[in-house]
Design a protein around this ligand. Sequence first.
Ligand SMILES: [Mn+2]
Length: 269
Amino acid sequence: MSTYVIGDVQGCFKELLKLTKKIEFNPLKDTLIFAGDLVNRGPQSLEVLDFCLKNKKSIKVVLGNHDLYLLSLINNNQKKAKTLSPILKSKSASKYFNWLVKKPMLLKVKIKETHETFWISHAGIPYFWSLTKAQKLSRELSKSLQNDPSFVLNNMWGDRPNKWNDNLKGTKRLRLIINCFTRMRYLDMQGGINLKTKDTGPKKELEPWFVKSKKLLKSSDEYIIFGHWAALNGKTKIKNIIGLDTGCVWGGKLTAIRLEDKKIFAVKG
Ligand SMILES: [Mn+2]
């Protein structure tokens, strides 16, 4: 019985199969947790979703920005969008929608054997929330997404506001929650999230979100795991904050971590 977290698959179905072979995934015993961005850009997004639905009892997912994009396209009945078109045109589009729309922004996973706790979200957890607050906000967002998907999916676009405040309401609130969980990479000097910059070269006025988020982890038994930021190639230089996006869709690797012993498994993209 093992629990694996897998980085951004982005429609790379062949690599996903190779990886599940490498870890000897047994759907009757093991759990796969996807760190978001199952779909888009890669060639076989539909096959990735079919794999997930086929094994849904042993699969957990947190939503990534590309997954939300897919939900918005299905919700608006759009049929064409480059690599997502086969899903949009499929008779099962609503089946994929109904499965994905129930997925959380954040997962908390406790491993019995080691007494370790892993907080998993696609982009990370910003320093201005506590872990408990992040969990509450993830639940709040999921509730809105399920009660009124059109409202959430049609109002999530945009980079503002970029600073948290407990009094935020309506679309501003849901947009910032979504952006923190699914798009965040850097913080600016005012402590807001900066959504423009991707590369990891030296920055004068920006710092990676995880530098400040170290303080959220109160013991060495707690970890944050995220995907989304391929340019990091998994490196945060912070022991308890683990990046899993190793850019499979860009010719890098698809990476998994086994939570019981934190062993890393990877296959070439
Ligand atoms: Mn992403």
